[in-house]
Unconditional design. Structure first.
Length: 265
C-alpha cells in the first residue's frame, strides 16, 4: 500500500470562470489503482516508457506522484520518481539530431529553457504548492507543447535572422511526384493521439535543416506570405520568395507523410 496516501488531492488552480481545474476521470481512476500498490510495484509501473504498454503510468499521474512526495518525511521516494518524470519532459521537447550527431544551438536553448523551468517549478512545489503545475496534471503533453511554443518563438526568430536559407536546386519548382505525395496532407490538421505526435516529431527531426525551420515556423502559425507589409512572414524572415518557401514546405510534407504512414504500418 502506498503509505499515507488514501485520498487523491484535488487541484487548486482555477480557470478564468472561477472553476477549479480537474484531472481527467480516467487518470483519477488510474491514480486510485496506483495508490493501492506497494512502492516497489508502483515504481516498476512508473519506469515503463513505451506508450504502447497498457501498464504505462500516464505522465499526468506520474507528476501527481512526484508532487505528493512533498508530504513525505524523506527525499528517498522523490529521488526515485523525479528522474522518471524529467525523462517524460525530455521525450516531448527537441531531441538530439541522430543523423548529424549533435544538436543545433537553437534546439539546445529551447531544451534548456523548458527543462530548466520545469525543474524550477518542481523544486518550488516541494516547498510550497505551485498551481502553475496543475495544468500539466490535466494535460501533460499540451502543457509542454505550450511551453515549447513559447520557447521556440524567440529562439527560431533569432536563428532565422543570423543564418540564410540555402537555395534549392530549382527555386520555385516542385515535381509532379512531390505534388502527388503531398496531396491534401496536413500533418497538423488533426490530433491523432500521442503515438502519431511522436512519429510526427521524429519525422520532422529527420528533415534537412532548412525544411525543419520552415515547418517549425508553420507550427507557430507564422504565415508564408502576407499582403500586410508589417506582418512577420516566413518568406520575409528567411529572405526567400513565396514559391521557394512553398517548395520546401511541400517537400517536407511529402517526407513527413511517407514517414508517419510507414511507421504506422
Amino acid at each position: 500500500m502506498f503509505e499515507g496516501r488514501c485520498l487523491i488531492t484535488p487541484l487548486r488552480k482555477r480557470k478564468k470562470s472561477g472553476e477549479l481545474y480537474k484531472r481527467r476521470d480516467t487518470n483519477e481512476a488510474i491514480l486510485g489503482e496506483l495508490l493501492a500498490l506497494d512502492r516497489e510495484d508502483l515504481l516498476e509501473r512508473c519506469r515503463i516508457r513505451s506508450t504502447r504498454d497498457p501498464n504505462r503510468v500516464p505522465s499526468e499521474c506520474l507528476l501527481y506522484l512526484v508532487r505528493a512526495c512533498r508530504d513525505d518525511n524523506s527525499d528517498g521516494w522523490f529521488n526515485l520518481l523525479w528522474p522518471l518524470l524529467i525523462q517524460r519532459v525530455r521525450d516531448r521537447i527537441p531531441r538530439i539530431d541522430v543523423a548529424k550527431g549533435a544538436e543545433s544551438s537553437t534546439r539546445m536553448t529551447i531544451r534548456d529553457q523548458i527543462e530548466g523551468r520545469f525543474l524550477e517549478l518542481i523544486a518550488e512545489d516541494r516547498d510550497q504548492y505551485q498551481p502553475a503545475l496543475d495544468y500539466l496534471e490535466v494535460n501533460f503533453d499540451a502543457g509542454l507543447a505550450m511551453r515549447r511554443r513559447d520557447a521556440q518563438k524567440p529562439a527560431w526568430r533569432q536563428e532565422n535572422r543570423s543564418r540564410p536559407l540555402e537555395a534549392p536546386e530549382h527555386p520555385g519548382e516542385i515535381s509532379a511526384e512531390v505534388e502527388a505525395a503531398v496531396g491534401d496532407f496536413d500533418p497538423f490538421a488533426e490530433n491523432l493521439g500521442e503515438v502519431y505526435r511522436l512519429r510526427l516529431d521524429a519525422a520532422i527531426e529527420a528533415l534537412p535543416e532548412e525544411q525543419i525551420r520552415i515547418i517549425e515556423m508553420l507550427r507557430l502559425d507564422i504565415p508564408i506570405d502576407s499582403k500586410d507589409s508589417y506582418m512577420i512572414t516566413i518568406a520575409k524572415t528567411l529572405d526567400r520568395s513565396e514559391k521557394t518557401i512553398r517548395t520546401y514546405r511541400d517537400k517536407a510534407f511529402a517526407a513527413i507523410r511517407a514517414a508517419v504512414e510507414e511507421d504506422g504500418e
